[in-house]
Design a protein around this ligand. Structure first.
Ligand SMILES: Nc1nc2c(ncn2[C@@H]2O[C@H](COP(=O)(O)OP(=O)(O)OP(=O)(O)O)[C@@H](O)[C@H]2O)c(=O)[nH]1
Ligand SMILES: [Mg+2]
Length: 366
């Protein structure tokens, strides 16, 4: 029996996890069994904690992108099959990764064609970020080699999904749709809101089409590697506790602000700064996201009650020196913890630049 294999790509912070959870819900209500696969350069993932909190079976692939850990990808699918027998896999690649057709989709189809029906590659777009990248709006963006990766992601899209339509005025939406269609004519295009659910059915409907048999795009792996390595990465987990209950939502917000101020002074552009705080008791979860250094933090999920102990996960991806990210995170954390009267022990902490992508397979044709 073969399972559907749906990959939801797009740059950091585009809304991949939010959209995948919507898709999982849509499929589950139609009687499908879903299994989700998250991916990162390292472990301690906000995304995995968000997916698990919603009760879906999830496997995490760490230590590199899907393309470089191709065998882990099929192993993860096997493990999910053993435990939950999904008939649809939803996979979220790292948001700084590209060339997924040649290194993941085509090898899956060629080597495991009896096991998986591979859906067209969706590439999600954050409209605010895209408007800056495409020069439709002024504001800080990334340097050219990071933008090379950003644009390569769109160049290989089967479906470009402009997300967060709830944030757009009509004129902004139309300008972005036109600019993306002109620049990336190979892709279908659909505009949705994973948050409100607007127009998601239009996107979901396009996922049952077969993968188009086109030659994969060309990629300059030197530029790709340099672009990825300009992005600093920080993953950390902490156990936090306080002598009396504290407001976890406020704590996350203060922590985000204090880290953001420090990154702004260091001239670092945030790609995605995300955190979850899970109280040790119950199954509530607070989530906080910040998508630009000059943006505002937002909390799609807030804790209903104060807590005394919990697990904090911090994932920060930004264009900057990982040492600057680490210094900002440590100083910001110390300040926020002091203000909230919170003590912390570090579980795991890493900061680094992603290594050069070295795909297990690269196939120019399906
Ligand atoms: N307004 C609005 N916000 C959204 C929408 N979809 C996602 N977001 C928000 O965008 C932020 C990033 O969403 P994620 O789903 O974590 O994005 P991602 O692409 O998985 O991020 P990475 O895994 O870090 O690359 C979160 O604050 C989401 O709540 C949307 O349709 N509208
Ligand atoms: Mg994600």
């Amino acid at each position: 029996m073969s399972a559907d294999y749906i990959m939801v790509g797009g740059f950091l912070g585009a809304g991949k996890t939010t959209a995948m959870l919507r898709l999982a819900e849509h499929l589950t209500t139609r009687g499908r069994r879903v299994g989700l696969i998250t991916n990162d350069q390292s472990h301690g993932l906000v995304d995995t904690s968000m997916v698990a909190a919603r009760g879906y079976p999830v496997e995490e692939i760490t230590g590199g992108c899907f393309c470089c850990r191709f065998n882990s990808l099929t192993d993860a699918a096997d493990r999910l099959t053993r435990d939950a027998r999904p008939d649809v896999f939803l996979a979220e690649p790292v948001g700084s990764c590209t060339d997924l057709k040649a290194t993941v989709q085509y090898p899956l189809r060629r080597l495991y064609g009896d096991d998986y029906r591979v859906a067209p590659l969706s590439v999600l777009v954050d409209p605010m970020r895209a408007a800056r990248v495409l020069g439709l709006e002024a504001g800080r963006s990334f340097s050219p080699k990071v933008l090379y990766v950003y644009e390569k992601q769109l160049e290989e899209a089967g479906v470009i999904v402009i997300n967060k339509s709830d944030l757009l005025e009509t004129a902004q939406r139309e300008a972005l749709e036109q600019a993306l269609s002109a620049r990336f004519p190979q892709a279908q295009r659909v505009t949705v809101s994973a948050r409100t659910g607007a127009n998601l059915d239009d996107w979901f409907g396009r996922l049952s089409a077969p993968l188009a048999s086109r030659p994969a795009m060309e990629v300059d792996y030197d530029v790709y590697a340099e672009g990825e390595a300009l992005l600093g990465w920080l993953n950390a987990t902490f156990h936090v506790s306080a002598p009396s209950p504290f407001d976890g939502n406020l704590f996350l917000q203060r922590l985000a602000n204090s880290v953001r101020e420090r990154l702004a002074s260091a001239g670092v552009e945030i790609a995605h700064f995300k955190m979850t705080l899970a109280p040790d008791t119950g199954n509530d979860l607070a989530v906080l996201n910040l998508l630009r250094t000059d943006g505002r933090s937002e909390s799609p999920h807030r804790l209903a009650e104060a807590l005394t102990e919990g697990e904090l996960i911090v994932n920060l991806r930004a264009e900057g020196d990982p040492e600057d990210l680490h210094a900002a995170a440590v100083a910001g954390f110390e300040q926020a913890a002091r203000e909230a009267g919170v003590a912390a022990t570090v579980g795991h902490s890493e900061h680094f630049r992603p290594g050069r992508p070295q795909p297990t397979h690269r196939m120019a044709m399906p």
